[in-house]
Design a protein around this ligand. Structure first.
Ligand code: FRU
Length: 326
């Protein structure tokens, strides 16, 4: 059969410095290892929407065959994602959304659902009475907006549970360590903290401990990654009461991209599921994700060996050919 054409995929990633983004990239690379005909170029916007705009413009200028974008904030990236789409470059939106429907496909979680699930779980933990504090992700980034919306929707169904304070975070633990202490001192009777991701939830735990409140305050995060220092371990150690699984979608994004590039049928909205991970199921979750990680490593090793053999085979064939020709 004819060899597959070379495809150039450009990926505009909002940041690469946390474990969740690294897990996303690992998933993408695993999937890409099956497609040596893909040239993959990732540009890291370092949590900066201006820089991300420039990088997306550059990828458009290079006329990549397909663009994957995980927008730092929705507003600043919407017009550019639309422009790429309107110029005929397929656009896959990953995890964080723009505010437009002009894209080829979306891969990621339902963040309103993440917020709602967290809210109902919180109310159940508190036996429907208590004071809650929320730590949000970057303003204007769609998971922060949607998790907040869903969380409030769920709490509205439980009048005994009050949202007493909010801390505007930026997905990063450092800002929680800076901003939470004063807010928590003003609300020492807080019963529960919902943080929009596990790194911020972990920082909240640190602050609660410093103020001698770690025993009373229950903390819920989002992401549920395996590996040292990540969500599953924080739940196992009891620092977090629970975390909401938020799959990275890295593998699905590459799979969807390839279907689009090959003009195969694909799904426009690829919504990945969430679930509560707490002490009841964290052990099972960890075993499963570790098994998956081992399988992923095995597959990549086999792929590498296979490619090595192909190379050797090709050069042997060349030698035989040269011998016969001489
Ligand atoms: C990683 C992250 C995750 C969060 C997601 C939301 O950069 O902050 O922790 O779930 O982005 O887009």
């Amino acid at each position: 059969s004819a060899p597959e054409p070379v495809y150039r995929i450009g990926f505009s990633q909002c940041n690469t410095d946390d474990a969740w983004r690294r897990a996303m990239l690992a998933g993408m690379e695993k999937e890409l290892s099956f497609h040596p005909n893909v040239r993959f170029r990732m540009l890291d916007a370092h949590n900066n929407s201006d820089l991300q705009q420039r990088q997306v413009r550059e990828l458009i200028r290079q006329r990549v065959d397909l663009l994957i974008i995980s927008p730092n904030q929705s507003g600043p990236l919407t017009a550019l994602a639309e422009a790429a789409y309107n110029q005929g470059i397929p656009v896959v939106i990953l995890d964080r959304r723009t505010t437009s429907r002009l894209y080829t496909a979306y891969v990621g979680g339902n963040n309103q659902e993440v917020g709602r699930t967290a809210g109902h779980y919180a109310a159940q933990l508190l036996r429907r009475r208590g004071r809650v504090l929320q730590i949000l992700g970057t303003p204007g980034s769609s998971p922060a907006t949607d998790r907040d919306l869903g969380f409030r929707q769920a709490l509205a169904a439980h009048p005994g549970v009050q949202l007493v304070a909010q801390v505007e975070g930026d997905w990063q633990p450092a800002s929680v360590l800076r901003r939470l202490p004063a807010v928590l001192r003003a609300h020492p009777d807080t019963d529960l903290i919902f943080a929009h991701n596990d790194p911020m939830a972990q920082a909240a735990y640190q602050v609660a401990r410093q103020q001698g409140l770690a025993r009373r305050i229950r903390i819920i995060g989002v992401d549920g990654l395996s590996g040292p220092g990540n969500g599953l371990q924080l739940v196992e150690d009891g620092a977090l009461k629970a975390t909401l699984l938020y799959p990275t979608g890295g593998e699905e994004a590459i799979r969807t991209a390839l279907r689009i590039l090959r003009h195969e049928p694909y799904v426009k909205e690829n919504v990945l599921n969430t679930m509560v991970i707490d002490s009841a199921n964290v052990g099972t979750m960890r075993t499963q994700t570790e098994e998956l990680a081992t399988q992923r490593r095995d597959i990549q090793q086999q792929q590498r060996r296979l490619r090595e053999q192909m190379r050797r085979y090709a050069s042997q064939k060349m030698t035989v050919y040269l011998l016969l020709a001489s």
